[in-house]
Design a binder for this molecule. Sequence first.
Ligand SMILES: C[S@@+](CC[C@H](N)C(=O)[O-])C[C@H]1O[C@@H](n2cnc3c(N)ncnc32)[C@H](O)[C@@H]1O
Length: 317
Amino acid sequence: MSDLVEARKSPGPLTTLIRKLDDRVDDKDEAVASVAKGVSASCSLEAASGAAASAESEEASDPDYEDPEVWLENRQQLYEHLTSPYPTAFGKDVSKADRELMESPPSTLTYGEIDFKSFSIALNKIRRVYGRPGVGTTPPEGIMQQPGGMFCDIGSGTGKPSVAAAVCHPFDLVAGIEILPGLYAISLQLAVRFEEQRSSMGAAGTATGVPEGPLAHNTRLAFACGDGCDFSVYDWRNADVCFANSTCFNDALMAKVAEAAESLKKGAFFITLTKKLPSTSFTVLYQKVFKMSWGGATVFIQQKLRDPTPSEPATKV
Ligand SMILES: C[S@@+](CC[C@H](N)C(=O)[O-])C[C@H]1O[C@@H](n2cnc3c(N)ncnc32)[C@H](O)[C@@H]1O
């Protein structure tokens, strides 16, 4: 352990590259530089060299080995950088403008955003506890145990939970479906920004042979506009982890979400806020009040108990 602590101080290939990038940034790019430094810190385990590196390499490549506080700080910095052009107040204004075009907008369209830290804690509960092979109905390969898999946000707003999911875990596909077109348009902009950052930082990691940074995986962000419960708008039946910021969803919408969720694979997770899925096909594994943009909300982590009905097989997206 002390060898590794020592090794963290010596610069590795990604750290060196990020330092070079830092030298190139001008004043406008100060935010990028601070994120790059965060990534540099998060990847510093990979700076281990020589005997210490080979002895500890297995442990060092395990994300669980990283100090949870350092893990959170680095991811939060990166998330804040990626989403910084779209503050919560902006999302609220766009949502309001969308709703003002409607005759009587339902309260289910009320806007609010996740708190990154709370959201990451919920995802980490799946990664560290409930997604382990053999826990609950989790399949033998586990969920969120290695890079890959699919995340989907039902009612994705400006797309922030999707970016948060991509920052917290190297999913292959992160999707979001939003019914209001103005919010959907913003999520497309956020996807472009994410891709620009991901490809520059991810390519930097690959070029230097560094195995994994928060954005090193080729995660694809996909957003769709329409009813999140309609698979012809977007098919999320293959998702491993679903999310709905459902505090303002009414009983009818919760029932629709639960009905669509019947098509998920056995073992899939569904995180909801304030309200549980009204479904006997899911069991609540965890519930706790966490901070969100509007105040406290109970986070429910639920897991699918059964296979989808044969008439509605899960399909690869
Ligand atoms: C509380 S906001 C959450 C935004 C985002 N998921 C977050 O947590 O930051 C809920 C969103 O769900 C959207 N929504 C409501 N009903 C929907 C439906 N049937 N299909 C898709 N989106 C819906 C609303 O327009 C709103 O943007």
